[in-house]
Design a protein around this ligand. Sequence first.
Ligand SMILES: [Zn+2]
Length: 280
Amino acid sequence: MVNIGTHVSSSKSLDLVFDRGLEVGANSIQFFLRSPRSWAWIERTKREKELFMKKAKESGISPTVVHASYLFNLASDEEELFNKSVKGVIEELALCEELKIDYYVIHAGKTKGRSKKEGIERIHQALENIFKKVELKHCYFLVETLAGQKGEVGENTQEIKQLIEPFKDSNIGVCIDTCHLFASGYHIDTSEGLEEYKREFDSLIGLNRIKVIHCNDSKAPFGSKKDRHEHIGEGYIGLKGFEVIVNDKFLKTLPFILETPKEGDMDIVNIKRLRSLEHP
Ligand SMILES: [Zn+2]
């Protein structure tokens, strides 16, 4: 059976992510370590951390994934935003290590009009600072494949390769997002297109670097470069596309994490839809 999880709220107390995951029948979970629209960093109490570790063991939910704050931009040429972003990642990543969280997923950065080359160099500078401060022993740092809006770095496999290349000896990997890949121009919704994508990824980077899948349908059409998530089967990837994706012999060994809109009981519905597409 495929491991299917979802993004859950971490509000009130961090350990509640496990309760919220179990409620919707998730095998794995993703969450934020700070409120997604705020820079404020809250030091967690010893009690809260212990409770988190206890539930991590008892709940059976695995792996655990943290999504970096959307406010960060490691490609920024504005000194203040760059420094705040580096500091923010260090805070989050150090807590991930401490809590033995498996994966930390980040949108590497946006160039907003500057060249991709400049953006990639800036991100390298950020990652050097970050990995100097936090030694990854348990947690993997995952760069996410992006749709390509506003000069997002990581909209194709070549850029992802350049991003991670200098840090290949660290715990570094890739999170692929089905919506972003489709919107950026990869036909992963057909078996030919998916095979082609995997072949390219394997020859440039190596498939074993892919650790997590963000599983979202796309509200925006193929190649639109727009990052707009939709419920499974209700967007341009469609149920047929997800049937290909969820039964792929490599992808089905990875955790699928939903980041679909939070509406009513749609988490439960989306998980069931994905499950129903799985071949025995
Ligand atoms: Zn993301």
